[in-house]
Design a protein around this ligand. Structure first.
Ligand code: PGA
Length: 254
């Protein structure tokens, strides 16, 4: 089954509206001719509306970086799916390791957020991955199994293929230490097998990205791996030129 690759740039807490506008004006001409690759920028909440407006009619989709599972309520500082949908936001990153480690995001919360995003019509990018210690202790598979089982527990089997999963080894995020081809392929094939354990057809079509120190120099090799369906790019997505180079390095199924 041909899966359309997705290259998603995770800006994290970077770019004011002015900087975002400058970036997108540099990015759009560089990706206007791209076919067969889905492109997303995952931007801070304050950049969502201007980026949706500026990318309208282009191949670039706009994602948020977090949301609450409830449609509304007494949750100071949170944003809900109807608020994102109202802006024409296409999807949302959920469970990024920074949110898990620094802001107390739990698997229990994610078990509510992922189905809530799907029900609202948003594409969730669910991030999973092991720490360096877990890898050293041969606990990578256990960690991935636990996160996939827990975080996708509320997603019906026939909707699993609508989730995007990002495998992000925590030791590779922002460190310049990219996973080897073997490590990335093995972990992502394992995640696909976990999905297959629930629904074999979903496993064929679910997109699983690699994330962690993806750069223009290593992108084409990683993206050519059999089970890797794209990348979640942090640091190298902050410059339009290097993000566009990663998009250009993506093999398509066309
Ligand atoms: P990085 O970040 O590309 O800077 O390693 C990836 C991520 O956190 O999604």
């Amino acid at each position: 089954m041909a899966r359309t690759p997705l290259i998603a740039g995770n800006w994290k807490m970077h770019k004011t509206q002015e900087q975002a506008e400058e970036y997108v004006q540099a990015l759009l001409p560089r990706v206007s001719a791209v076919d067969g690759v889905d492109i997303a920028i995952c931007v801070p909440f304050t950049d969502l509306q201007p980026m949706v407006d500026s990318t309208r009619g282009s191949p670039v989709e706009v994602f948020a970086q977090n949301m609450h599972h409830a449609p509304e309520g007494a949750f100071t500082g949170e944003i809900s799916s109807p608020m994102l949908i109202e802006l024409d936001v296409r999807g949302v990153v959920l469970g990024h390791s920074e949110r898990r480690a620094l802001f107390g995001e739990t698997d229990r919360a994610l078990a509510l957020k992922v189905p809530a995003a799907l029900a609202a019509g948003l594409v969730p990018i669910l991030c999973v991955g092991e720490t360096e210690e877990e890898r050293d202790n041969d606990e990578t598979d256990r960690k991935l199994r636990q996160q996939i089982n827990d975080d996708l527990a509320g997603v019906p089997d026939d909707e699993l293929a609508s989730v995007v999963i990002a495998y992000e080894p925590i030791w590779a995020i922002g460190t310049g230490r990219v996973a080897t081809d073997e490590q990335a392929q093995e972990a992502i094939a394992f995640i696909r097998a976990l999905v297959a354990g629930r629904d074999s057809r979903a496993a064929e079509s679910v997109r699983i990205l690699y994330g962690g120190s993806v750069k223009p120099e290593n992108a084409s090799e990683l993206l050519a791996l059999e089970d890797v369906d794209g990348a979640l790019v942090g640091g190298a997505s902050l410059e339009a030129e290097s993000f566009a180079q990663i998009v250009a390095a993506t093999p398509t199924t066309l």
